[in-house]
Design a protein around this ligand. Structure first.
Ligand code: HXC
Length: 258
C-alpha cells in the first residue's frame, strides 16, 4: 500500500489497478512500474483475488514510457539498469488473468503494457500506437514482437515504421482487442467479464492462461501435448468433480480452487 502512481481497489474476487499519473497521461516511469509490479504480485498472492483488471483514465490508458525520464539517460544507463526489464518480467509471472481495460491513448510502452495483459477490452475512444520511431528509437518492452504476433507482420511493420495510431475499430478488426464497448460502459463491462471469470474454477483459469500463453512459445505439437496434460491434470481437482456433477444435476457449480 502507500502507492503514489497507481490506485488499487478490490471488489469481491476482482482486484483493480488504475494507473494514476494524470499530469503525464499515465506515462510509465520507474516508480509507476515498480508500484505496478508490486501491486500485481500482491494480488497474485491474495487467495481472495481471482481476476485482475488493469486500467488507466478516460483520456489515457498510458501514453508510453516517460519520455522526460528517458531523455536524461544514455546507453550505459539503459543497458546497465536493464531499463524496465525486472518490472515487466515480474508482471509476466502473474498467474491470474489480467484484463486490460483501455480507454484513450495506449501508445508505446502503454500499448506494450496492454499487450502484456491476457486480453484487452477497449472503449470506442481507444487509440493504439507504437510511436517510438518519432523519438529516434523503437519499442523496448515487447512491441515489435507482441504486436506482430497479434495483428500480423504487415500492419505491425506499418505501425512501428510510421508511428501512426490505430483506432478501436481497426484494433478489433486486426485482433489486437477482444471487444469494443462504449466509453461510458467500459469499466462496468470489464467488471462483468472479470466477475464471470471469477466464478470459474481458479485452477482451470490458471491452466487456460498457461496453455494459451504457451502457444506463443512452442510448436503446435508440443503446445497440444502441454494442453492435453493440463487437461488430464485437472481431473485430479475437486473443481472438476464439482463442475461435472453440477452439470449432470442441473445446478450451478461452486468452484473452490481445490
Ligand atoms: C512523458 C508525457 C508523455 C510521455 C504525454 N506526456 N505523454 N510525458 N512521457 N510518454 C505529458 C505531456 O508532456 C504533457 O505534459 C501532458 O502529458 C499532456 O500531454 P499533451 O501532449 O499536452 O496532450 P495532447 O496534446 O492531448 O497529446 C496527447 C499525446 C501526446 C498524443 C498522447 O502527449 C504524445 O504524443 N505523447 C507521447 C507519446 C509517445 O511518444 N509515446 C512513446 C514513448 S516511448 P506537460 O507538462 O507538457 O503539460 C516508449 C518506449 C517504451 O513508450 C519502451 C520502454 C523500455
Amino acid at each position: 500500500m502507500g502507492y503514489e502512481t497507481i490506485i488499487v481497489e478490490t471488489d469481491e474476487h476482482v482486484g483493480t489497478v488504475r494507473l494514476n499519473r494524470p499530469e503525464a497521461l499515465n506515462a510509465l516511469n520507474s516508480q509507476l512500474l515498480e508500484e505496478l509490479a508490486k501491486a500485481l504480485a500482491a494480488f497474485d498472492r491474495n487467495d481472495k483475488i481471482r481476476v485482475i483488471v488493469l486500467t488507466g483514465s478516460e483520456k489515457a490508458f498510458a501514453a508510453g514510457a516517460d519520455v522526460k525520464e528517458m531523455a536524461e539517460k544514455n546507453f550505459v544507463d539503459m543497458f546497465s539498469e536493464d531499463f524496465f526489464t525486472a518490472q515487466t518480467e515480474s508482471m509476466l509471472r502473474v498467474r491470474k488473468p489480467i484484463i486490460a481495460a483501455v480507454s484513450g491513448y495506449a501508445l508505446g510502452g502503454g500499448c506494450e503494457l496492454a499487450m502484456m495483459c491476457d486480453f484487452i477490452i477497449c472503449s470506442d475512444t481507444a487509440k493504439f500506437g507504437q510511436p517510438e520511431i518519432n523519438l529516434g528509437v523503437i519499442a523496448g518492452i515487447g512491441g515489435t514482437q507482441r504486436l506482430t504476433r497479434l495483428v500480423g507482420k504487415s500492419k505491425s511493420m506499418e505501425m512501428h515504421l510510421t508511428g501512426r495510431m490505430m483506432d478501436a475499430e481497426e484494433a478489433e478488426r486486426a485482433g489486437l482487442v477482444s471487444r469494443i464497448v462504449p466509453a461510458k460502459d467500459l469499466m462496468s463491462e470489464v467488471m462483468k467479464t472479470a466477475e464471470k471469470i471469477s466464478e470459474k474454477s481458479p485452477l482451470a483459469v490458471m491452466a487456460v492462461k498457461e496453455a494459451v500463453n504457451r502457444s506463443y512459445e512452442t510448436t503446435l505439437r508440443e503446445g497440444i501435448l502441454f494442453e492435453r496434460r493440463l487437461f488430464n491434470a485437472l481431473f485430479a481437482t475437486e473443481d472438476q468433480t464439482e463442475g461435472m456433477a453440477a452439470f449432470v444435476e442441473k445446478r450451478t457449480p461452486q468452484f473452490r480452487g481445490k
